[in-house]
Design a protein around this ligand. Structure first.
Ligand SMILES: [Zn+2]
Length: 72
């Protein structure tokens, strides 16, 4: 005898309208992961790291980022 390999799924009772679908997905947008702003220059940086632009961390300048002339 042939066995029917049918799986039963939960079937939606009604079609989800465009509006309902869009309303649900309105909250699904991803935001930038692990990103904060530098407290000194406002640059978007990774948290718990020295700002690559101004070299500040926790309000102190850690790395000197002033432009140095390249003289070889
Ligand atoms: Zn900065």
């Amino acid at each position: 005898m042939m066995t029917l390999n049918i799986q039963l799924f939960a079937v939606p009772f009604r079609k989800v309208s465009k509006t309902r679908k869009r309303m649900r997905r309105a909250h699904n947008a991803m935001d930038l992961p692990g990103v904060t702003k530098c407290s000194n220059c406002g640059e978007v940086i990774k948290p718990h790291r020295v700002c690559p632009k101004c070299g500040n961390y926790k309000g102190k300048e850690i790395v000197n980022t002033t432009k140095e002339e390249n003289e070889d």
